[in-house]
Design a protein around this ligand. Sequence first.
Ligand code: ADP
Length: 521
Amino acid sequence: MFNPVRWILTSIRRKAITGLLIILLSAVFLIGLSIVSQARKFILAEVQRRASSVARFVGTDLASALSYTDPKSAVSDIVYRISQDPSVIYASVFDVNGRVISQASSRSEDEVIRSLPLGELYDLQPDEVRYHVSDTVLEVYRSTVMAQGRQKYIILLGFDITDVSSIVAKITRLIAFNAFIVYIFGLLALIAAVNRLTEPLTDLTSGIKDLGLGKLPKPVPVRGSDEVGTLSLSFNKMIEDLRQYRQEVERYQKHLEDMVGERTVALNAANVELTRINESLKAANEKLLELDKLKSNFLGIATHELKTPLSVVGGYLDSLQDGFAGELNDAQKGIVSETLSSCHRMEALISDMLDLNRIEAGRMPMELMEMPVIHVVQKVAGQMIPLLQKKKLTLDIREENMELPARFDEDRITQVLVNLVSNAIKFTPQGGRISVSAKRGAGKGHSFFQISVADTGIGISEEDLPRIFEEFAQVGEPGKEEGTGLGLAICLRIVKAHEGRIWAESVLGQGTTFHFTLPLA
Ligand code: ADP
C-alpha cells in the first residue's frame, strides 16, 4: 500500500520541498494573522479615540446638568440626545452602586445593571475612561463628579462596532487572497530552488547506482562551485580514473589472452612433437623388445647347445684327472686341473644365463610354500661349510624370528641365500665374520619377513652400490674375485617374483649387508 510519509522520506528532494512548504505556509499564515490583528487593533484604537472624545463631551455636559435644580430631567435630556447618534446603541448614567439614573437602551434596567463591572467602576477616577470591547460593541465608561465633589456618576456609552468587524473580515479576505498569490509564487520559486539544489544530488545518486551495477556512468553536470559542485567534480574525476583503469585492465586482459593464445599454439606444437617422439619411442621400444626376445632366444639356444659339449669335456677331464687314461705327470695334472676349473666356471656361467633367461621368459614358475626360513638358512649354511673353513670365516645364524612361517619357493630362495652367502664369503678376507638374521616388518598395509646377510668384507663404494643388481655388473677393482656378475641380477628377479624387495647397505672397507623381504604366511 502507498505510504505517503515513506514516499516523502525516501527522497531528499521531496523532504526538502515538504519541509520548506510547511515553513512557507506557516510564515504566510503568521504574517497574514499579524497583519489582520494589527489592522483590527488600529481600527479599534481609532474608534476608541472617537468614542472617548464623545464620552468626554457628554461627561462635561453631564457635570453641568447635575448642578441644575432638576438634574434628573437634564440628565435624561443628555442621554436622549446622545442616543440619537447612529453609532451609539445605548447610553446610560448610573451611580457607583449601580443605580441607573437615566438610560436610553433597548435593554431593561436589570439587564444593564447585571452587565455592569461594578467592582472595576468603583475605582474609576474622575474623568478617567475605560473600555470594554466585544465583537459588535465598544463600551465606554467615564466617571464624572458633581460640582461639590460629593457624588460620583458614571456614563456608559455602547458604540456599534460591527463595521469594524466587517472591515477586518474584508482585510482578512484581501490578505488571504494576496497570501495565496504569494504562496503560489513562493511555492514555484521553492520547487525551482529545491530542484536546482537537488538535481546534482539526483544525478550523483543515479551515477553511483550505475556504479553499483557495474556500469560506467556518464559524467554528471557540474553546477556552481559550492560543495555539491566540488562533489560532482570529484565524482567525474573518479569516473574518468575508473574508465582509464578499466581500459588498462581490458588492455592487460587482451595481452594476457594473446599470450595464452601464443602459449597454447606453442604447447600444441610441442604436444604434436611429443606425440611424434612418443610414437617413435614406442616403435623403438617395440623393436627393442623384439630384439630382447631374439637375444633371449639366442642365449637360450646358445647356452643350451654349449652346456652338453661342455659337460662332455668336463667328464673327460675328470676321467683324465682320475688316471683313466694312464698316470699323468705333474705338469699334465696342472693343465688338466686348470682346464677343469675353467670348464666349471663356464658351466656356472651357462647355468646362471639359463636361469636368467628362464626367469625373463617366464619359464621359471614359483612353487610357493609356507615354511619357516630357518629350514633354508640351515641347509645353505651346511653347503657353505667347506668354503667357510677354507677361508677361516665364522658364520653366525641368529635364529630369532626364523621360526615364523613365510611364503616362498624353497629352491629359488635357497638359490638367493647361496648367492648372498657365497658372495659374502668371496668378498670377506680371512678371519672375517658373516651373519644371517631375520625380523618381522610392516609396510603399507601388509606384513613381511626381512632376511639379512651381513659380512665384514671389503664393502662396496657409494657410487657402485646402485649398479650391483644390473646384469654382468662387477664393481670395485677388476679381477679381484671370480664371478659372472649375474648372481645378484638373478636374486633381484627371484625376490621380485615373490613380491619382495632386495637392497644392500655397505661401507667401503668395513662390510656389506644385503636385505630381502618375503611375504609372511
Ligand atoms: P659375481 O658373480 O661377480 O659375484 P654378483 O651379481 O653376485 O656377481 O655380484 C655383482 C658384484 O657385486 C660383484 O662382482 C661384487 O663386485 C659385488 N658384490 C656382491 N656381493 C658383495 C659383497 N658381499 N661384498 C662386496 N662386494 C660384493
